[in-house]
Design a protein around this ligand. Structure first.
Ligand SMILES: CC(=O)N[C@@H]([C@@H](O)[C@H](O)[C@H](O)CO)[C@@H](O)CC(=O)C(=O)O
Length: 293
């Protein structure tokens, strides 16, 4: 099992697709390199929401895990998101990425059906049971509808292989309670627009989509906040949030890919049913790039 320190800043890795929705390997490798060489990320979170993962087949997910590992080698920390409501698939992927040498696995809370907490607990324990690896819970209630309480998180953390949580929520009361109650658990902030307040509350790192292009500013916010230079960090969070607002208005993942294209990275298209880029969307992305980079 990898003993690598998991703390730090991670890009939630984007995946380049061609016009037909197939993985563009060359583009994907370029995105990985850009995150390492330009954005200076500590790690990559592969197979998350940003990776359009829930629209992919098992074989495509495996190929993406292979390409990301092959390109990144051991240069940065790699976390693989293997969660799915097909538990057998998650178990298979957890073994696959552990054999590839991923430093940790992560799994989104099972969604769509209203699973009970006992079922959710069973899901995590089953995924992690037969692999020599560490698990980060991926909690994103606004997309999954799964809200867990402080005590329920605690029940999951009681398993020594469940070492952390990716907390994509704006519930800062719960975040503060979690930090105080479980001081040894790794907490990763999931909303890039709230990186500063999350860092003030003591998160160990962050995982985000916009870090694929805005990693340098994210690093400044994170480091300044840890040094308690709050007003300086806030200035950068303000610029970052202007950028994120512009990105969200123009279409989240597509716009980040178009910004990468402006930076010379072949980031490609999004997977259907996400929409194709219109000429207006492309033009707006060029303006956003000029304004912020
Ligand atoms: C739904 C979503 O995309 N959330 C992003 C955020 O980085 C988000 O895009 C950003 O804060 C803008 O709202 C991450 O939490 C998701 C993520 O890390 C992932 O790809 O799994």
């Amino acid at each position: 099992m990898s003993t690598r320190d998991l703390k730090g800043l991670y890009s939630a890795l984007l995946v380049a697709f061609d016009e037909n929705g197939n993985i563009n390997e060359k583009g994907l490798r370029q995105i990985v390199r850009h995150n390492i060489d330009v954005c200076k990320m500590d790690g990559l979170y592969v197979g998350g929401s940003t990776g359009e993962n829930f629209m992919l087949s098992t074989e495509e997910k495996k190929r993406i895990f292979e390409i990301a590992k092959d390109e990144a080698k051991d240069d940065i920390t790699l976390i693989a998101q293997v969660g799915s409501i097909n538990l057998k698939e998650s178990v298979e992927l957890a073994k696959f990425v552990t054999d590839l040498g991923y430093d940790a696995i992560s799994a989104v809370t099972p969604f769509y059906y209203k699973f009970s907490f006992d079922e959710i607990k069973y899901y995590y324990e089953t995924i992690i049971k037969d692999v020599d690896n560490r698990m980060i819970i991926y909690s994103i209630p606004f997309l999954t509808g799964v809200d867990m309480s402080l005590a329920q998180f605690g029940e999951l953390f009681a398993n020594p292989k469940i070492v952390g949580v990716k907390f994509t929520a704006a519930d800062f009361y719960l975040l503060e309670r979690m930090r105080k109650t479980y001081p040894d658990v790794l907490i990763f902030a999931g909303f890039d627009e709230m990186l500063l307040p999350a860092t003030v509350l003591g998160v160990d790192g962050a995982i985000g989509s916009t870090y694929n292009v805005n990693g340098v500013r994210a690093r400044q916010i994170f480091e300044l906040a840890k040094q308690e230079k709050i007003s300086e960090a806030l200035e950068i969070q303000h610029v970052t949030n202007d950028l994120i607002t512009d990105i969200l208005d123009n279409g989240l993942y597509g716009t980040i890919k178009l910004l990468l294209e402006e930076a010379g990275v072949e980031a490609g298209c999004c997977r259907e049913p996400m929409k194709k880029y219109s000429p207006e969307m492309r033009a707006r992305a060029k303006e956003i790039y000029k304004k912020y980079f």
